[in-house]
Design a protein around this ligand. Structure first.
Ligand code: ADP
Ligand code: MG
Length: 479
């Protein structure tokens, strides 16, 4: 019997505002515990929340970027539950009337096909504090610095059909919120987290199965593993006569399994009601139009432009537009390389991204600037150095030894294009290898590569490969 997975994601993106959503306390990460929670965040009696306009702007920006409706009127509600890291006893969230509704985003599947994923809603809410279980023997510490940090919860339709699709969608949203500069996307610090809702059904069935919600998955790789584990677990359970129960599960990365955490609360358990301390949020057209003007070129549009303007493949263009910073870097390289778009793409995606990955760095930490890399590419196209020698120049630039020209001079890497000098090396090589010359001349064409190799070696890689080929052919063939 064939099974199909059904997945919907709830993504929590921490909005990159400087202060909290309902107070003026700082949102900086990493401060001493409990130094950034003010009376409002602590829910002390007599305080009133004041909505942060910047958070509203960021939510609206997201809404516009996914073609959603930005609600003229949305309402903050209290979601009541008791937990040590929630001092008020309720979380302020949006429930029936969220700020963003009915959006969509397109993802590209491994097969190359495009798929549209519906975004049910995105609503504003405050984050809770953090329970620290590890640092205190036999006790739990509470750090309320995070309490009141603005979150945008982005809820997808159950449109995803595999773990791989879910991760592709998650990466797409991750890239989008960073393009929009509304979230730093740092998954380790918890600025971008996701809960995965997973169910399975028999292929062709039109009703969804019962879902489990997996909490706390903080890397793309773990999201994929957790979903795959969960799909298998549910299929095995049903096939052996059991039933999936609706519950919240936790992913344990060490054991690579999901475990039951608690049975799922129903919405009524939270006793949602409109927060009497906050007026409904009313947004006018002028505000939305103002936000629209701040939208940058979005990833899809940028990718299409890269294909069109730079003649790149769709794959190359996707890689180079994964982040705004990388795209910017690439465009600066092309400019400095006088329009050599394809060669620039090869160097950025090959050598540069390779070296950065090895050291776990991102493009903003590249020791080689775009001007520098573009300058080096110019020296390849004007034949000062060969592509092979360029790798040495690249390494020297990476080590901080200066621009391409300085490195080429200091290390004497300039390509030999003097026909006389190359001819002399070729004559030497021919003289030193009479046997091979004999074999080549009696028809063993494959030996040509051997001669090229010898000449390049003699010249320390600096002879112009094109000239070496031409001259060698002449000398070997004309005897
Ligand atoms: P809640 O807030 O209780 O978690 P929602 O109805 O808002 O519930 O749904 C949360 C997420 O669960 C959404 O992303 C939705 O697409 C997904 N979802 C709903 N039903 C299913 C299902 N049967 N299988 C998988 N995902 C589902
Ligand atoms: Mg949920």
């Amino acid at each position: 019997m064939e099974w199909e997975a059904v997945i919907g994601l709830e993504i929590h993106a921490q909005l990159a505002t400087r202060s909290k959503i309902f107070s003026g306390a700082s949102t900086d990460f990493g401060a001493e515990p409990n130094t950034q929670a003010c009376a409002v965040d602590l829910g002390l009696p007599g305080v009133l929340p004041v909505l942060n306009k910047e958070a509203v702007r960021m939510a609206a920006k997201f809404g516009l970027a996914v073609g959603a409706t930005v609600a003229k009127r949305s309402v903050f509600a209290r979601k009541n539950y008791f937990y040590p890291d929630l001092p008020k006893g309720y979380q302020i969230s949006q429930y029936e009337l969220p700020i963003v509704a009915k959006g969509k985003i397109e993802i590209e599947l491994e097969s190359g096909e495009h798929k549209t994923v519906g975004i049910t809603r995105a609503h504003l809410e405050e984050d809770a504090g953090k329970s620290l279980h590890e640092d205190f023997h036999g006790m739990t510490g509470i750090d309320l610095n995070r309490a009141g940090t603005p979150l945008l919860e982005i809820v997808s339709e159950p449109d995803l059909r595999s773990a791989a699709e879910a991760v592709t969608y998650l990466k797409k949203i991750h890239s989008l919120v960073r393009y929009l500069e509304i979230c730093d996307g740092n998954m380790q610090e918890g600025s971008f987290r996701c809960d995965a809702n997973v169910s399975v059904r028999r292929k062709g069935a039109d009703k969804f199965g019962t879902r489990a919600e997996i909490k706390n998955v903080n890397s793309f790789r773990f999201v994929e593993k957790a979903i795959n584990f969960e799909i298998e677990r549910q299929i095995e359970l049903i096939e052996s006569g059991g039933q999936v129960v609706q519950e919240t599960r936790l992913y344990d990365a060490d054991k690579d399994e999901t475990r039951s955490m608690r049975s799922k609360e129903e919405a009524m358990d939270y006793r949602y009601f409109p927060d009497p301390d906050l007026l409904p949020l009313i947004i006018d057209d002028a505000f939305v139009e103002g936000v629209r003007k701040t939208l940058p070129e979005l990833p899809d549009a940028k990718r299409e432009r890269f294909v069109k303007d730079y003649g790149l493949s769709n794959y190359d263009a996707s890689v180079l537009t994964t982040s705004r910073e990388l795209a910017q870097y690439y465009e600066a390289v092309v400019k400095a390389a006088k329009g050599e778009a394809k060669l620039s793409a090869n160097w950025v995606m090959g050598e540069l991204l390779g070296a950065l990955n090895k050291e776990n760095k991102d493009i903003t930490q590249s020791p080689i600037g775009a001007q520098q890399l573009g300058g080096m590419i110019c020296r390849i196209t004007d034949n000062t150095i060969s592509g092979k020698i360029a790798k040495q120049v690249f390494e020297a630039m990476w080590a901080g030894e200066g621009d391409a020209d300085a490195v080429i001079e200091a290390k004497g890497l300039r390509q030999v294009t003097d026909t006389g000098a190359i001819a002399k090396i070729i004559d030497d090589v021919i003289a030193k290898n009479p046997e091979q010359v004999e074999q080549y001349r009696s028809g063993k064409d494959k030996l040509f590569g051997f001669f090229v190799g010898q000449v390049m070696k003699e010249s320390k890689g600096k002879a112009n490969p094109g000239q070496v080929n031409d001259l060698l052919k002449q000398k070997l063939d004309n005897k």
